[in-house]
Structure formats: structure tokens, C-alpha cells
Design a protein. Structure first.
Lengths: 515, 680
């Protein structure tokens, strides 16, 4: 891979295809988009295969650097964390294009162009090594999303996209100011350098809060989460998939890439804030999810609860927590994406998101029922699916810091089971009583091809997560090492008692009479 | 010895093939495949068990695959075989194989059989993963896997709203327990730095007396860990407080009740406590709590069992009660006795459930015992099987001669509790009283079902069978129903002829009857004898030789007490349901409040509904309407929008709603700012 600018090519392919789509007819636009996203997926696999995850391998690989003007540089390069998120993006993209194959019939060329542009920008976010390059990708990535919601969205699309805009704008402004200050202070915009730059702990707090304003909205964390349900509800299916699958991961990525390594002291100082907001989010949004009548809203609220477990994992300051948080991000990207596709499958047939309009689908759509059940189980973190690994590690990590946070966040597994199974019951179980529901055909071959690959990866990640953990191991290690100095003391504080005589192990004797 | 790989993974493979092959393969192939896989697993399991019986078996761990590695957390998929596992292996595979066979007959009319058999096989796989776990995470995998299978099987008849509700309830209540289990695993990892069971057990004594902070207070380390883990056990084993799902789980098909909700899954909690017994031994407080919960459940469930009229619910409460016995045995340190009762109980309780299934099958899906009666002569083989089960559960036997299964295992528990003294003595008295109730409700069930005059005609199900001569579902009964005329009187047979179940159902009943009769007699030396026991268990549980010695030397009255209360219970049931059938009514009239209290299961469901379920929905609605919409949106984006609109025409024009213009403005702003920063 020496010198071969694979990252730039991964950006260029969808960019070029986007332009081509604008000038192609509907059918050609679909084919171009699918082709381009598949090429990017193939390039992603090449990237993964060539990524060196061995101990002592360089942290930043596939590095590209060329000066443009002033301080501004085309600086790309990835570590294992970015690699995994890029893989998530390029994996979901062809699925999104296929999901829109028939359901989008107006302005197809523009639609495909918007998606391709978004793919390029998403890859850019994860690959950027320059502060301002990152910022441009980060913010511009939202533009295609505004368009997708605003043009191809549902009835209330304008309100939803406005809300989306207002929230994100507020955060972005503060983040930009912080970035400007940092670039002056450290006299560099190179992210790997900044990640090891020690800012004054006093200033760190302000910088942290500025970044936090942006990342918390993207995450989204309670109480700046209300744009998400509306955006999801109004977005077309594929838009929801990308929103939940990749865009929500940018907040978490931001925390890993900026907040934690650049402001370790501030992170430790404000850990109470993150934990409190996350604990509220888990309980609050899970309960709200329980009473939803709109399928997409329910899944959107469940996303907020899952993302709260990501934030507690990240701010556990230990390996289990951070690796767990990354695993949840990957898993949630797949699982909630798949759940939105599942919603899309039946939405395309009945054109309503109202849960009570369905019922008994297990009878006439058995294939659908199996896949939906599988993703439901993955969403509630059943061991053997991807959902479990991340949730488990993340909560295990936070337990070391605060048993209260662990306890409150672990209630998410109860509430999550409650709202997801309640949803599944109302959609798939019960008798077929409605004529229009009875007339719904089972999934087509195309729809199977959308969901089956995701199911396979979810299972893979659940049974053998090592494939996904190993590329990130060194980078998480570096982060943990950087955080070591600020690490908060846990509340466990194990204190040894009097040592017990060794001979008295656990076999027999002695203890019986004690009772 | 790679047999273990086959034992565990054959059911998985069969489940996958049967589940996905469903329509393509057809009923017979799917059923043969799954049942065959289980019989192979069963045949491979017994030699392992017998090798441990004979003292030639040795504990080993077969690695399969890496699982999760994160820092010093290192989890692998691996299969552990030792005495404790071997006991569970034979219980699981034997009952499962028999239940598969039984289901050929029982589920014969069901249109969805491959799915049913696939679920059963999946369950067996998950249960086997649970008992072969070498670390807590794999145990948790099995733990949740059986929960999934239980959910799917309780809700197997998913058209029934009650079955769906029961399935969700089972899963969610179990998750409450799992919260404890997960927290326990986290704590264990924090304390020991590992989740490997042998390593934890080896390090546990070193932690005696240490303290740990938890939720802002400081506690004894081992007490915190054991109690957290025990909450998991309480959920899975339906112990008092987290028991509410088990009776409702009877919505599932009866073979499921026999396999999952009697013989195997619900005993997982007992297995866990025994597996981690060296850990529990380090915390007298935790053991005291285990004893307390076990005894309380034992008493509670037995009282409720006396008033239920649904045959399956009586047996379900009986199961709950028997699990209580196992727990207080573990709580007093008699893990061998707990495991022994788990072992015998699996056979006789599966027998009782399958027998009940056979009765239900004969009675055209009628489950209410008030509509049974006089079935002894109609379905004699089922009757004899149920009788063997009843003799086993009530613990009939003569000291030093012969007894049915429960005679050895339940009496063993009671004696051990007495010998342990302290809290164990209290548990002993509660256990004796529960044994009285056990005998009463078991014989009540027998008398109502098999003795007396037929009361079938009043049953809607029977009416349905009689009138539905060319009905929509093609029941075998209809042939009989045809011959008789259709005007049934309110009582009596109504012209209905119950028929004995097919051979596929009777064979499992026969085999399990053998288990119910001989399991105690054959195996009690190995399981609970002081000398043989230590050699048999071989360190796989904390076997307390002292206690086992003391148990065999309790006063004579202690040994006789279970027999006496058993006869008393039989006598009361006989008086009330054979000799003078007015007694129950008079009792209800006299003690209406008590009766209602028991009939309504101590009002647990109502209470939980009131304090958990309803508030959850109400609070959710409140957060949504008042929180998200009424506060955050109102003062956030909407408020801002209103402000801007009022701000003037200029700003109003900005609020044009065209996204592209927002995006454009933003991009320009960005570009300008960035340019300034970089070129300044």
C-alpha cells in the first residue's frame, strides 16, 4: 500500500459518481450509485486486510499529506478506530442504495448524488488528520442529510430538518471557536500532534465544553436529543439507516478523537456531568420508547438510550469501557440500521408507521418475522449477537468508576427488553385481523439481500468479536495510556481483610459447623 | 473425549437445520432430525456421568474459540466437564430427548411443528452451554439463551394474547434477575481480575473479610458479589419476588413446561449457586439470605399450590416450591443435597408435567381440574405414571428399605437443614410444613383428576369436542364424539370418551416413571453420602463432609417427620376430596379472606402491576409529553423559532424553511471562518 492514496480514492469514487448521477437518468443513477458504493466497499476490505494491527505497528496508517495553503493541509490517515467506522460506513452504503431502489421515484439522480456525497464526507470525517479538514467534513456531512430529509422526507419534513439544523448549528459554532483557539495555542492543526498536546487544565474545561456542545448533539445525549426522533420519523428509510448507522457515531468518534485525548483533565473533571446525563438518558428515553405508537420514533428513542451506554463506556477511562463503547457504536450502527430497514419493509407495503395498524405478521411474513426477531434480540443485547459484547464491556468498564452509574445504566437491559419485545409483539404476534395486513406479501429477494448480510455480521460480531476488537486494540491502548494520569478513582476501593489460612481452602472441613 | 462437543453442538446444528428448513423439510424430517440429535446427545452423556459415578472420570476443559479479549479480560468459548456438569448433562439430555419424543404425539395436530422442535433443540443447546461454562460470561450466554428459548416457547402459540403477555413477562422478569447477574460479573471481575470460574473459586478464600464500596456504602466483598449473582439465580429459578413469570409460563405447550419450566432451565439458579459454592461459602450473610429466600419460596408456593384449579398451575407452583427446597439446602451448605434434589426432581416433575399433558390431551385441552374426575379407568397408563410421580414428590418410602425418588432427596434436604442448625433449623420447620402442603396439593390433584365421578360435561372444551363433529381442526377425539348424541347434561361424562395417549407419549412417561421410582434409591449414596459423596463430587462443589455426617445422625423424629406430614397431607386430601367433598366449600366459606389471598397468589401480580408496570407507562408518557415536547422542545428549538419569527421581517425571511438556503449560509460561514483562521 506504500504511497497508494487509497483514502483519497475512497473519497473520490463516490464524489465522481455523485456528479455523474446528477446528469444520469433514474435507472442509470441507481446503477452508478450501487456500483460506486460497492467499489468503495471493496476498497474498504482492501483497507482492512492491509491494516497492520500487530503490536508496535504504527498508530496512523495509509497516511497522506499535502500542503494546500497556509496551514490547511490535505492530511488523511487512519487508526484502527477510524478503520472500523469507515468499514461500517462503506458496508451500510450499498445497502442504503438498494433500500432506496424502488421506494424513491422522484428526483432519483439528486437523491443518489446526495447519498454518494454523504458517503464521501463520512469517510472524510473518519480519515481526516487536519483539524479544519475534519471540521469541514464533519459539518458538511450534514448538508446532504438536510436535503435527504427535507426533499424526500415525510409530511413534517421541514420542521424536522429545521430542528436538526438548529441543534447542530449551535454546537458547531462553539466547536469552531474552540478549534481556532487550539490551532493558535498549539500552533498546529495536525490532529495526531494535538492528541498529545497538553493544554492548560483550566482552559481545557472551556474547550471540552465547546466540543461537548457539538458532540453531545450528534450523539445525541439527553436533553439535546429531541431532534433525533423527528429526523428519523421524517427521513426516508435509507436516510434513517445512515443517520442511525453512521451519523450518530460521529459524536462518539469525536469524544474518542478529541475530547478524551486532548482534554484528559477536563474529561476527568466533568465525568460526573457525562455520567449524570447518560444515566438520565437510559431511564428517561427507555421509558419514552415504551409508550411510542410510531415504530420509527420508538427505535429512535432506543438509539438515544444505547448511545448513553456509549458515553458511559467512553468516560470509564479504562480499556473495557472504551472498547465496549466502540463495539456498541459498531453494533448499534448495524442493528438499528437493520431495524429501520425492517420498518421500511412493512412501511413500503402499508404506508404507515403506526404500530397498532400491524399485527400477526409472523403468520403471513415468516421470513420477515425471523429477521426482525433476530435484530430485536440483537438490540436488547442478547449474548451471541453484537449488541451484547459492547454493552457488556461498556458497563463492565463503568462499574470500575461508579457502581451507581453501572446499576442505573444496566436497568437499560430490562427496559430495553420491555419496549422492544412489546414492539415485536404488536407487529408480528397476535392474530391476523386486518385485511390489508393479511394481504402483505413476505420479503422479496432484494429485501432479503438487504438484511441477511447485516444479520451475518451481527452474528459474527457477537460470537467472535475478536475480529473487530483486534484492529482497535493498540489505539485504545494508546488512549488509555494517555488518560492514565487523569483517571478517576472508582468507588469500589477494595480493602483486603485478614488473610485466611491457606490450608482451609474450599474443599471440606471447618465451615460446616459455622452455620 | 470430544464427545462433549457432539453433545453440545448437535442440538444447535439440528435446531438450525430444522428452523431454517421449516417448510422445505416438512414435519417428519425436522422432527426426526431434532429428536435423533437429542437421543445421540443423551447416549453420549450417560457414559460420562457413569464414569464419574465409577470414579474414573476426570474433570477437563475443551477449548472451542476465543470470545472477548479486552485488556486483562479474557473470555473464551470452552466446554467444562466435571461431576457437576455431568449430572446436569444427563438431566438435560435425558429429559430433553424424552420431551422431544413426547412432542411427536402431543404436538401432532399443530401446523407449525418444525418451528417447535427447532426451539426445543435451541433451548437444549443453550442449556448445555450454560452448564458446561468455564467462565461467568459463557454461563451468562447460556443463561440468556435459555431465556430466549423460553420466551419463544411460552409464546409459541403467538396468536393467543395471553401467551404473548406471558412470554414478555418471563423475559422481562428474568432480565431483572440478569441485571443482578451482570452486576455480579462486573463486581467479580473488578475484585478478582478474571471471570474464569476455577480461578475465581481458587482466589475466593483470599477475599474473606475484605470490604468493597458499593452504591456509596461499604460492604463485605464476598457478600456483595454473592448476593448480586444470587439475584440472577432468583430470576431464573423463580424465587420469591421474581417468581411471577413461572405460573404464567404455563401458557406454553405442556412439553415445554416439563422440559424448561420444571426439569432444566428453572434449576439453573441452583446449579449456579452450587457451581460457585466455594464463593458462597465465604459469605455467611449471603448463605443466610439464600436459605431465607429458599425457605420463603418453598412455603409461599406450596400455600398457593393448594388453591389453584388449573392442573398445570398446581404443578408450576409445586416446582417453585421444590426449587425453594433446593435453595435452602444450598443455603445451609448441603450443596450435594441440593443437586440431588435437582436431579430427582427433574425426573419426577417432568413426569408429572408430561402426565398432566397426557390428561390434557385426553380431555381435549381442558386444564381445569374441576372438570376432571374419574379418569383412573379411562387413561390407566397415564394414571399409573402420575401416581409414580406423586409418590416420588411426596417422598413415600421406608427408612433403610426403599423409597421413591423424593424420599431420599427431599428428606435429605430436611435432615441437612436440621443438622446445620441456626437458620437451617427454621428452614427445617418451614420445609416440614411445606411438605405437608406438598402432599396435600399433590394428592388433591390426583383425587380431583383420577378419582370421584366424571365432571366433564360442564367443560367448554369438552362441549366443543362433542359439538364440533366436523370442526375446523381435525382432532382424533371427533371419532368418539360422533357416536354419541349431542345433548350433554351439566355433569357426568356428557357422552365424552377420553382416550389414552399414543405410544410416543407413553414411552417417555414410562421411562420417567422408572426415574421417579428408582433415581433416589440408586444414586443417593453418590450424591449425599458423606464418604462416597466427597469422592463423587470430587471438588466440583463445596462438599461438606461434616454436615453430611451430621445429617445422617439427626434424631429419629426428624427422620420420621417428613413421612408423618406426608401421611397427614394425604389424609386431609382424602377426607376433603374423596370422603366428604363438601369440606373444600365449607373451608372457603369459613376462611374466605385466606382463600382469596392464596387464590390470588398473595396478590403479587396486582402489586407489581400497580408499582412497576403502570407507573412505567405513565412516567414514560409524562416524560414524552411534558418533558420532551412540553419542556425541551418548547423552550429549545420551538421557543427559539418563535423568538426569531417575532424578531422581524428580516429574520422571518430567514425562517423560510428552505433547507438548502440554511445549508448554504452555514457553508459560507464555515468557509469564511476557516479561511480567516488559516491564513490570518
Amino acid at each position: 500500500m506504500n504511497g497508494f492514496p487509497i483514502l483519497s480514492i475512497m473519497l473520490a469514487v463516490p464524489m465522481a459518481a455523485a456528479i455523474a448521477c446528477l446528469y444520469a437518468g433514474a435507472d442509470n443513477a441507481r446503477r452508478i450509485a450501487l456500483g460506486a458504493t460497492l467499489i468503495d466497499f471493496a476498497l474498504g476490505i482492501v483497507l482492512w486486510l492491509n491494516f497492520d494491527a500487530a503490536m508496535g505497528a504504527p498508530q496512523w496508517q495509509f497516511v497522506e499529506y499535502s500542503q494546500i495553503f497556509g496551514r490547511f493541509a490535505w492530511a488523511l490517515g487512519i487508526d484502527g478506530i477510524a478503520l472500523m467506522l469507515i468499514m461500517l460506513s462503506v458496508f451500510l452504503m450499498p445497502i442504503c442504495i438498494l433500500a432506496s431502489w424502488t421506494s424513491i421515484d422522484k428526483r432519483v439522480g439528486e437523491y443518489m448524488a446526495a447519498f454518494l456525497l454523504m458517503e464521501a464526507l463520512m469517510i472524510g470525517v473518519f480519515a481526516a488528520q487536519d483539524l479544519f479538514l475534519f471540521y469541514i467534513f464533519f459539518e458538511a456531512g450534514l448538508i446532504p442529510m438536510y436535503l435527504i430529509i427535507g426533499i424526500w422526507g415525510g409530511v413534517d419534513r421541514i420542521y424536522a430538518s429545521y430542528k436538526f439544523f438548529l441543534y447542530t448549528l449551535f454546537g458547531s459554532v462553539l466547536m469552531l471557536i474552540a478549534m481556532l483557539w487550539m490551532a493558535r495555542e498549539a500552533n498546529t492543526t495536525f490532529i495526531p500532534t494535538l492528541m498529545n498536546y497538553d493544554f492548560d487544565p483550566q482552559v481545557q474545561i472551556l474547550l471540552f465544553l465547546a466540543f461537548f456542545a457539538s458532540f453531545a448533539v450528534k450523539m445525541p445525549m439527553w436533553p439535546v436529543h429531541t431532534w433525533l426522533p423527528d429526523a428519523h420519523v421524517q427521513a426516508p428509510t435509507a436516510g434513517s439507516v445512515i443517520l442511525a448507522g453512521v451519523l450518530l457515531k460521529m459524536g462518539g468518534y469525536g469524544f474518542i478523537r478529541f475530547s478524551l485525548p486532548m482534554f484528559p483533565e477536563a474529561s476527568a473533571e466533568l465525568v460526573w456531568l457525562i455520567l449524570a446525563l447518560s444515566m438520565i438518558a437510559v431511564v428517561y428515553t427507555s421509558l419514552v420508547a415504551l409508550v411510542q405508537n410510531d415504530m420509527k420514533k420508538l427505535i429512535a428513542y432506543s438509539s438515544v438510550a444505547h448511545m448513553a451506554i456509549v458515553t458511559v463506556g467512553l468516560f470509564a477511562f479504562n480499556r473495557q469501557g472504551i472498547e465496549g463503547a466502540m463495539m456498541i457504536m459498531l453494533s448499534h450502527g448495524l442493528v438499528s440500521g437493520a431495524l429501520f430497514l425492517c420498518v421500511g419493509v412493512i412501511y413500503d407495503r402499508l404506508h404507515t408507521r403506526e404500530i397498532d395498524r400491524y399485527g400477526g405478521l409472523a403468520i403471513n411474513m415468516p421470513k420477515y418475522a425471523i429477521l426482525f426477531l433476530f435484530f430485536t434480540m440483537a438490540s436488547i443485547g442478547l449474548p451471541g449477537t453484537s449488541g451484547f459484547v459492547g454493552e457488556f464491556l461498556s458497563l463492565m468498564g463503568i462499574y470500575e468508576v461508579s457502581s451507581w452509574a453501572a446499576l442505573v445504566c444496566t436497568t437499560g437491559i430490562i427496559l430495553g427488553a420491555g419496549y422492544m419485545l412489546y414492539l415485536y409483539r404488536r407487529i408480528c404476534y397476535g392474530d391476523l385481523t386486518k385485511d390489508d395486513v393479511r394481504a402483505m406479501p413476505d420479503m422479496s429477494g432484494r429485501e432479503m439481500w438487504l438484511l441477511a448480510p447485516i444479520a451475518a455480521v451481527v452474528l459474527w460480531m457477537g460470537v467472535y468479536p475478536e475480529s473487530f476488537l483486534s484492529p482497535m486494540r493498540n489505539d485504545v491502548g494508546a488512549l488509555v495510556a494517555r488518560l492514565e494520569r487523569a483517571k478517576p478513582l472508582g468507588d469500589a476501593q477494595l480493602a483486603a481483610g485478614k488473610p485466611v489460612a491457606k490450608a482451609e481452602a474450599h474443599k471440606t472441613e471447618a465451615h460446616g459447623s459455622a452455620h | 473425549m470430544n464427545a462433549i462437543l457432539f453433545i453440545v453442538f448437535l442440538p444447535l446444528v439440528a435446531a438450525i437445520i430444522a428452523g431454517f428448513g421449516n417448510r422445505v423439510l416438512g414435519n417428519t424430517v425436522a422432527k426426526s432430525l431434532t429428536t435423533g440429535a437429542l437421543f445421540v446427545s443423551c447416549l453420549l452423556s450417560w457414559p460420562i456421568f457413569l464414569s464419574f459415578m465409577g470414579g474414573t472420570g476426570h474433570a477437563e476443559v475443551v477449548p472451542v474459540l476465543d470470545f472477548i479479549k479486552s485488556g486483562n479480560l479474557d473470555v473464551s468459548w470452552a466446554l467444562r466437564v466435571d461431576t457437576l456438569t455431568a449430572v446436569m448433562l444427563v438431566v438435560i439430555t435425558t429429559v430433553s430427548a424424552l420431551v422431544h419424543l413426547y412432542s411427536w404425539g402431543y404436538m401432532d395436530e399443530d401446523p407449525d411443528q418444525p418451528r417447535f422442535f427447532a426451539y426445543l433443540c435451541l433451548f437444549t443447546f443453550a442449556m448445555l452451554m450454560l452448564v458446561t461454562a468455564d467462565n461467568l460470561v459463557q454461563m451468562f450466554f447460556g443463561w440468556e439463551g435459555v431465556g430466549l428459548a423460553s420466551y419463544l416457547l411460552i409464546g409459541f402459540w403467538f396468536k393467543k394474547p395471553s401467551a404473548n403477555a406471558a412470554a414478555i413477562k418471563a423475559f422481562v422478569v428474568n432480565r431483572v434477575g440478569d441485571l443482578g447477574f451482570m452486576m455480579g460479573i462486573f463486581g467479580t471481575f473488578l475484585v478478582f481480575g478474571t471471570i474464569s470460574i476455577p480461578e475465581i473459586l481458587a482466589a475466593a478464600p483470599g477475599m474473606a473479610g475484605s470490604t468493597i464500596g458499593f452504591l456509596g456504602y461499604r460492604f463485605d466483598t464476598m457478600t456483595v458479589l454473592c448476593l448480586l449473582l444470587f439475584v440472577g439465580a432468583m430470576g431464573k429459578s423463580a424465587q420469591l419476588g421474581l417468581h411471577t413469570w413461572l405460573p404464567d409460563a404455563m401458557e406454553g405447550p405442556t412439553p415445554v413446561s416439563a422440559l424448561i419450566h420444571a426439569a432444566t432451565m428453572v434449576t439453573a439458579g441452583v446449579f449456579m449457586v452450587c457451581r460457585l459454592s466455594p464463593m458462597f461459602e465465604m459469605s455467611p450473610t449471603a448463605l443466610g439470605f439464600v436459605t431465607f429466600i429458599g425457605a420463603a419460596t418453598c412455603f409461599f408456593a406450596a400455600t398457593v399450590g393448594t388453591t389453584q384449579t388449573d392442573i398445570k398451575r398446581v404443578i408450576a407452583y409445586s416446582t417453585c416450591s421444590q426449587l425453594g427446597y433446593m435453595f435452602f439446602a444450598a443455603g445451609v451448605g448441603a450443596y450435594g443435597a441440593a443437586m440431588f434434589h435437582l436431579f430427582t426432581h427433574a425426573f419426577f416433575k417432568a413426569l408429572l408435567f408430561l402426565g398432566a399433558g397426557s390428561v390434557i390431551h385426553a380431555m381435549h385441552h381442558e386444564q381445569d381440574m374441576r372438570f376432571y374426575g374419574g379418569l383412573r379407568k379411562e387413561i390407566p397408563l397415564t394414571f399409573w405414571a402420575m401416581l409414580a410421580g406423586t409418590l416420588a414428590i411426596t417422598g413415600v418410602g421406608i427408612i433403610n428399605v426403599f423409597g421413591f425418588a423424593g424420599f431420599y432427596s427431599k428428606d435429605g434436604i430436611l435432615e441437612a437443614a436440621f443438622a446445620a442448625g441456626g437458620g437451617g433449623k427454621v428452614a427445617f420447620y418451614i420445609g416440614i410444613f411445606a411438605a405437608l402442603l406438598t402432599s396435600f396439593y399433590s394428592w388433591r390433584l390426583m383425587f380431583l383428576t383420577f378419582w370421584g365421578k366424571p365432571r366433564w360435561a360442564a367443560s367448554e372444551h369438552i362441549q366443543h369436542a362433542l359439538h364440533d363433529a366436523h370442526g375446523h381442526d381435525d382432532h382424533a377425539h371427533d371419532d368418539h364424539a360422533h357416536d354419541d348424541h349431542h345433548h350433554a347434561p351439566a355433569t357426568g361424562t356428557g357422552g365424552y370418551h377420553p382416550h389414552e395417549s399414543p405410544l410416543t407419549m407413553l414411552i417417555p412417561l414410562g421411562v420417567l416413571s422408572m426415574g421417579a421410582i428408582f433415581a433416589g434409591f440408586l444414586f443417593h449414596h453418590s450424591f449425599i453420602d458423606a464418604e462416597h459423596g466427597a469422592a463423587f463430587w470430587n471438588g466440583s462443589i463445596a462438599f461438606n463432609t461434616h454436615l453430611m455426617h451430621a445429617m445422617h445422625e439427626v434424631p429419629l423424629w426428624v427422620k420420621l417427620a417428613p413421612g408423618i406430614v406426608m401421611l397427614t397431607g394425604l389424609f386431609i386430601a382424602w377426607r376433603a376430596y374423596i370422603v366428604n367433598t363438601d369440606i373444600p366449600e365449607k373451608f372457603v366459606a369459613q376462611f374466605g379472606v385466606l382463600y382469596d389471598f392464596l387464590l390470588n397468589k398473595w396478590y403479587f401480580d396486582q402489586l407489581y402491576n400497580l408499582i412497576f408496570v403502570k407507573p412505567a407507562f405513565a412516567i414514560g408518557r409524562f416524560f414524552w409529553k411534558r418533558g420532551d415536547q412540553g419542556t425541551i422542545d418548547r423552550f429549545g428549538p420551538n421557543g427559539l423559532a418563535a423568538l426569531v419569527v417575532k424578531g422581524g421581517q428580516y429574520s422571518a425571511r430567514l425562517q423560510s424553511g428552505y433547507l438548502a438556503s440554511y445549508a448554504f449560509v452555514m457553508l459560507i460561514g464555515l468557509a469564511a471562518a476557516a479561511t480567516w483562521a488559516m491564513t490570518r
